[in-house]
Write a protein that binds this ligand. Structure first.
Ligand code: C2O
Ligand code: CU
Ligand code: CU
Length: 506
């Protein structure tokens, strides 16, 4: 469908639906999903130290590129204190190691699959040629090795990598196949941001554990009749809405605690949950100044720092924020809470402000007075083609599932052929919460229900939180790499139950 877009038309519509937007979150469940309850005694909150993510060192930096090697293997790790949990791990860790690469410098990650299941690796937020993008059917089989090539022609940003195997993404990510990937560049390095141990990646996931300490994922029983996948891969019918865990893990530790200096920190927050949306606040709020100063989104730096008094993250979204622990008296225990959670899922982790220090990083005010953090070219949507993507519940292979434009995912079927270099408007229409993610290039949110974008829609995004009966328009342009790519819901149970659509760039 093609139509012309006018700013005025959009704003006109907004007046009619304004009330609906304001009330959107109230009363409705904040996440689409069913809770899985752990069968094991859970630890007390704020006693386990926050782990630092293991940095991945390149095995070679010669020839103008960085070569990394990752072995995907079965491992037993201690997530709950004193309990051994089997995981599928990148290098056997949960989460996988922290990968750091540099804008403009090619990175190659050689993945060795020592697991007993096929895998596909996707760099989420990567501007990646199709043959390295981790298409769900482009599998690395047990015993095989595959080099994923990332040209890294993209700006500094907070990316993550995770499994993308057809039908099994929800389960294989749940069992450990996820990790963070930071891209650095000179523009960002030149900013007086907190660095070193004051730059802290926070990978947040929820999980449940069975009585033996294994990760409890409610897989469907083996189904030999359907014939469309060789074993069970899907979640069971009771969890088609999504899998919610009852343990909050940050960097692989339950409700952890971390001592901090009374200084500014840069937190790089990823919501890596399968189905849980998060709304984070600091308790207590800082006595002065902003709670969170956002400096970056999925696709890197914003133009200006933006203050928030909460941080709403749908699955797969990343926020790059400054928190000034120097605003708190030494000794303060600052708890990160999740306003979307119930019971123990209201708690995430705790920072303890331990000591006064000198802080050479710039304050939010100083950053603002220096001028723009970065420049973001606004995509011009005048006369842009509009494509609609309708994400709703539907029947797939005779079972409950999720469809896009009426269709269950078919890896061979292209929903659209999109010319490289052209700006289009993609309109996402939903029945329930569906965080919509597009591979290959980021987009800019231009409207919600015809009105202005939301507080958390700024900058370059690759995943957008689309609410129940919602309509979000984004401007998108694919700059290079012809091939087949995906648009999908990042509720991983929805994704596995076929809420994906392929498109081709040409
Ligand atoms: Cu983070 Cu196609 O996924
Ligand atoms: Cu992606
Ligand atoms: Cu969904």
């Amino acid at each position: 469908m093609t139509s012309r877009l006018s700013r005025r038309g959009l704003l006109g519509l907004a007046l009619g639906t304004g009330a609906g937007i304001a009330l959107g979150g109230c009363g409705a469940p904040s996440s689409t999903g069913e809770l899985v309850r752990s069968g094991i005694r859970l630890p007390r909150a704020f006693e386990t130290p926050l782990p630092s993510l293991e940095p991945l060192r390149p095995v070679s930096t010669s020839g103008g590129r960085d070569l990394f090697e990752v072995t995907q293997r079965h491992a037993e790790v201690e997530i709950l204190p004193g309990v051994r949990t089997p995981v599928l791990g990148y290098n056997g860790t949960f989460p996988g190691p922290l990968v750091e690469t540099h804008s403009g410098r090619e990175a190659v990650v050689r993945h060795v699959n020592e697991l007993d299941v096929p895998v596909s690796v996707h760099l989420h937020g990567g501007h990646t040629p199709a043959d390295s993008d981790g298409y769900p059917t482009d599998l690395v089989h047990p015993g095989d090795t595959r080099e994923y090539v990332y040209p890294m022609r993209q700006r500094a940003s907070t990316l993550w990598y995770h499994d993308h195997r057809m039908d099994f993404t929800g389960e294989q990510v749940y069992r450990g196949l996820f990790g963070m990937h930071l891209v650095r560049d000179a523009e960002e390095d030149a900013l007086p941001l907190p660095g070193g141990h004051r730059e802290v990646p926070l990978v947040i996931v929820d999980r449940a554990f069975d009585e033996d300490g294994r990760l409890a994922y409610p897989s469907a029983p083996m189904d030999h009749s359907s014939g469309h996948h060789e074993t069970n891969g899907w979640v069971d019918d009771a969890h088609v809405e999504g899998v919610l865990g009852d343990v909050m893990l940050v960097n692989g530790a339950p409700w952890p605690v971390r001592e901090v200096d009374a200084a500014r920190y840069r937190l790089r927050v990823l919501n890596g949950c399968n189905a849980r949306r998060l709304d984070l606040v600091l308790d207590p709020p800082p006595p002065s100044g902003a709670m969170f100063t956002q400096i970056g989104s999925d696709g890197g730096l914003l133009e200006q720092p933006v203050d928030h008094d909460h941080l709403k993250l749908a699955q797969a979204e990343r926020f790059d924020v400054l928190v000034d622990f120097g605003a708190y008296p030494v000794g303060t225990r600052v708890t990160v809470r999740n306003r979307f959670g119930e019971g123990r899922m209201r708690d995430v982790m705790r920072f303890v402000v331990a000591r006064k220090v000198a802080d050479e990083s710039a304050s939010a005010e100083e950053l603002r007075s220096r001028g723009p953090l970065s420049t973001i070219e606004p995509l011009d949507t005048t006369n842009a083609r509009v494509r609609e993507w309708r994400l709703v519940r539907g029947e797939v292979h005779g079972r409950p599932g999720w469809v896009i434009n009426g269709k269950a995912f078919d890896p061979e079927e292209m929903h659209a052929t999109v010319p490289l270099g052209e700006v289009e408007v993609w309109r996402f229409l939903t029945d329930l919460h569906h965080p919509v993610h597009v591979h290959l290039d980021p987009f800019q949110v231009i409207s919600r229900r015809g009105g202005i974008p939301g507080d958390f829609d700024r900058g370059w995004k690759d995943t957008v939180d689309v609410g129940p009966a919602d309509r979000v328009d984004v401007a998108i342009r694919f700059n290079d790499y012809a091939g087949r790519y995906l648009l999908h819901c990042h509720n991983l149970e929805h994704e596995d139950r076929m809420m994906m659509a392929a498109f081709a760039t040409t």
